[in-house]
Ligand binder design. Structure first.
Ligand code: AQP
Length: 354
């Protein structure tokens, strides 16, 4: 039998375990407008669910947002909108930090160090850059290319042990782990930065467009009918679900059939996530039935689950001074943790602080 006292201990996790916690979380959402059901089911809902077990830093990643052109007045309003969504989802700002990324300068300062740690070969493999830059690659911003190094800095400036994200961010998180390991090897000790774990939770880790079951639901899709936004009223939700693309067959009989029918599979995944049941249970509930019956049930459920949250977001957005106070207090908390870690990094790299 192995002696538990000799078992390897991740020193980062051990420190949290002593406080009755599972670790420290960092995650964020870009204030790029049209916050949608995918952002909610893939990220924000999980942020709220994890707050009992982790010390949490939830940011609105405005530095990331400007990797693509943004209207300045809208950027500020959209930053408050994401903060309102965090609060409306139930994140307790008195226990955890809700803040905007640009209010904590250490994110950008560490990102520069990581730009010099990450290798071009690693960055060239990032599929999100290829998707977002599209055919006009020469015209993409340098910031869009360096986005994953900034994301690594967002996480590691808090030495976060876990990051709840949707499936689409898995590759960036692997890069974060590579940067942490290389920095530890090159400049510090093996455990200086943790090797952060992703938390990919729920039945809808990748919500697809309502117009095309092979494309991710996204804020930047030109069609408003491709997504349900968190501030949609009940009749807009109903209309979007009614018009959601399907196929001419009855609902899939089993999981194998659902997998071959992307639109049906996506709607069933959304239903399962909103109902908090697993995908197989959702498939069994509607197997062989007409899409119209299923869509009516999905509409009721979506309105029931999203309606109160949308109303609370609107109430909070009507009080920007309150949202700003939450962001300011969150930035103070975040700066207090980030600045000493940046100082350690600067010392390790050899930057003089005369
Ligand atoms: N369709 C999705 N399904 C599940 N999770 C999703 N996320 C985004 N889309 C889906 C998760 O939401 C979090 C915040 O995402 P973000 O706003 O920082 O960036 P993004 O992934 O680029 O979001 P969008 O909506 O796709 O925006 P655009 O159109 O601007 O690219 C992340 O945890 C992400 O996984």
């Amino acid at each position: 039998m192995s002696d538990p006292t000799n078992a390897p201990v991740n020193p980062h996790l051990a420190a949290y375990a002593a406080r009755g916690l599972k670790g420290r979380i960092l995650s964020g959402v870009q204030p790029t407008g049209n916050l949608h059901l995918g952002n909610y089911l893939g990220a924000i809902r999980n942020f709220a669910r994890l707050q009992g077990d982790y010390e949490c830093f939830y940011c609105v990643v405005d530095l990331h947002a400007i990797t693509q052109p943004q209207d300045p007045a809208q950027l500020a309003a959209q930053t408050r909108e994401i903060a309102a969504a965090y609060l409306a989802a139930g994140i307790d700002a008195s226990r955890h930090a809700i803040f905007n990324q640009s209010a904590v300068p250490a994110h950008a300062q560490l990102a520069w160090v990581f730009n010099c740690v990450a290798r071009l070969g690693w960055m060239n493999r990032m599929t999100q850059f290829k998707e977002k830059a599209g055919k006009d690659r020469e015209n993409a911003s340098l910031g869009l290319y360096a986005y994953p190094a900034l994301m690594a800095a967002d996480i590691l400036i808090y030495k976060a042990t876990h990051v709840p994200v949707g499936e689409d961010q898995k590759q960036h998180l692997e890069l974060t782990r590579d940067i942490a390991i290389k920095f530890n090897n090159d400049f510090a000790q093996p455990d200086f930065f943790p090797v952060t774990e992703p938390l990919i939770l729920g039945a809808a880790t990748r919500v697809m467009s309502l117009r095309d079951g092979t494309k991710k639901m996204s804020k930047s899709d030109p069609s408003d009918f491709s997504r349900i936004t968190l501030t949609d009223e009940a009749d807009a939700i109903a209309q979007k679900i009614r018009r959601a693309k399907t196929d001419p067959h009855p609902m899939p009989a089993d999981a194998a059939e659902a997998e071959k029918r992307p639109e049906a599979d996506n709607l069933l995944g959304i239903y399962a996530a909103l109902a908090d049941i697993d995908r197989d249970a959702a498939i069994a509930e509607f197997a062989g039935r007409q899409f119209s019956d299923f869509k009516a049930r999905l509409t009721d459920l979506a309105v029931e689950k999203l309606g109160p949250m949308g109303a609370e977001m609107k109430r909070l957005m009507a009080d920007p001074a309150h949202v700003d106070r939450v962001l300011r207090a969150g930035a103070d908390k975040a700066n207090a943790v980030a600045e000493p870690i940046l100082a350690e990094v600067y010392r390790a790299v050899g930057f003089l602080r005369p």
